[in-house]
Design a protein around this ligand. Sequence first.
Ligand code: ZN
Ligand code: ZN
Ligand code: ZN
Length: 363
Amino acid sequence: MSRFQKAMYRRPDGRAIVYYAWERPLPPPPADGLAMEPGRMELRWNAMLGEWVLVATHRQGRTFLPPDAHCPLCPTIRPDVPTDIPAADFEVAVFENRFPSFRPDAPLEGSSGAGVVAPAAGASEVVVYSPNHEAGLAELPEIWTRRLVEVWADRYEELGSRDEVRYVFIFENRGKEVGVTLTHPHGQVYAFPFVPPRVVQERAAFRAYADDNSGRCLLCDTAALAAKDGQRVVVESDAFVAYVPFAARWPYETHIVAREHRRSLLALTPAERDDLARVYRELLRAYDALWGVPMPYIMTMHQAATDGSESLADHLHIEFTPPYRARDRLKYLAGCETGAGTFINDTLPEETAAELRAARWRA
Ligand SMILES: [Zn+2]
Ligand SMILES: [Zn+2]
Ligand SMILES: [Zn+2]
């Protein structure tokens, strides 16, 4: 695949917008448009749990399920109806969120002395997959997913090179069931000023596994075992395997895992990137075919931290957690999950994998 062209512009309110282009011309610099919403943002230390909480009050004012004609992620066609993307056409666009959780110049607004605070320094980016309002990655030709892999790798590299950024977190919330307020297909990237606790927890598990298994990587072994056993596999390729984890927390949870030990997207060869795009899209198609409706999900990508530290847990993988336990039944995080931190899975991973495999052949 050809290398993209890229243009980074600053808007009047200081936020960056980055366009990626392969075939179409790069859009011109933005004139004006929608501006960032004011509000209080800071990190507060939750001493009971030993973790940071992001306080971002302006997020309460986020655009909530606007009519399609007022979608802020569509190209700007009429100057009197500005969107977040001040261009008439684009291929992939990335911009700093108007309602950020982290931002590069995050202020420290002071504290009452009641607890520990820190500036929410970092970045919150929105990645708009295409100008098409209706079609997601599963419906668009595979080249769009392939391009997205390049964009993800570029965001990881660019944000990860900043001094204040210790972890680049790529994710997507899809569907109103998981709180999405805009239906136009898009994902997000958060550049964290700390390594988030979920990753710290994974790192500890990898360390413990290595200690018990002569230094071996937990996920190298887990992916190989899942592929060999086959019962929980949904999609496979030379370089990646997508499977329902043995002890999945969520009924239709799947993980896409690099078969070889790869620390991040940047470590993938071009052929491996092709493979990732294919497996990713096929998995999405299986999800959508399962019940014949677009499957809501949370997608999260775990890769190496960008703070210079190395961990055995730096093994690229992508986790999908759809919120349903059956076609019309949502899985809620109730007492046992929320208060005790222990998940109850109402399904058998071997069976949900078989359902997803069957759906894949119908897709
Ligand atoms: Zn749109
Ligand atoms: Zn590994
Ligand atoms: Zn993970």
